[in-house]
Write a protein that binds this ligand. Sequence first.
Ligand code: SF4
Length: 362
Amino acid sequence: MGLNKQQLTDLQTLGIRWFDMDEYDLNRKGGAGPTDHKAFNFAEQTTMVPIFNDQVKKSNYSATYSENKDHVLIYENDTLVDKATIPAQPNFYKLKTKEGIPYSKIATLHSKNVLATTVFQKCVRYGNRETSCQFCAIEESLKSGATIAHKKPEQLVEVVKAAIELDGITQMIMTTGTPNLKDRGAKMLLESATAVKAAVDIPLQVQCEPPEDDFWFQALKDVGVDAIGMHLEAVSQRVREAIMPGKASVPMSRYISAYKAAVKVFGRGNVSTYILAGLGDTEEEIISVSTLLIDLGVYPFVVPFTPAAGTPLENHPMPDPEMLKRIFSTLGPILKDKMMTSDSLKAGCAKCGACSSMKSYE
Ligand code: SF4
């Protein structure tokens, strides 16, 4: 018993039907970028699996608690194929700042050992459907009161210290909505990273759109940032304009020049991008752009698209798992050959690997 990599890809693409699930706030529901998952700890890997979307009802995978509830049993059709545990509520979630803000509104546990925060929970592109990314729910968790709009550097320091001490987190990821069209979030990330890295020694990845100027990369590196993600999400201009009309106004040529500049600063592999397979790019497009990126020293973290409730794409079809398997089977060996495997990275989503089974193909 135990899921093989193909079954893992199936799970992450089709989701799991789970009828006796206990609701609690470890689910990634709402928030920046792709969302609406739940973390499952399998023997080798923690994996984010879609469970909320209506389309998951068609999945041939289902889950139920074991009799004493210490495991979740995973079935493929009627066959028991694996068992998993669900990461426990982290201890730092019980704490509050002296102003009374729960730490869980400042940063959250991702996977089982990653502390993630969205430094600025708004985006200049979000309020207007002419510019917003159709898959994104960044301000929904703000509206629901699950988070606060701007996490101050001193608040992040307080939370990261507690999360290291109480929950043994091993890396931190700071993402941000895009506050303006100049530095595109790099300035806020720099302020936050400066404070965190002065207080604790933890691998840190920051994520933003490519800033207008390259000097931000060295500035971030100088305060101790280990890695940067600049996320394409879609790779063809056709899909970029259809799904993320605002972000598509930053041309691919700027992404490429920013990647080249960032690789010089952070080194090969410690610059990465998130590519959502299933938005409309063909597998040939995803493979050819990813191969080009790997040549540049950029890790293309290809993730199956999960439609998120409350977004314009909530009924968008989930991707074909066979397409993901072909993409991973092509890119995995290339990453290994170029010595840019997930495990060799210092920090970031590609190192965490919970949102995509890609690393099991390396
Ligand atoms: S891959 Fe990134 S978004 Fe997914 S759980 Fe890990 S840190 Fe969070």
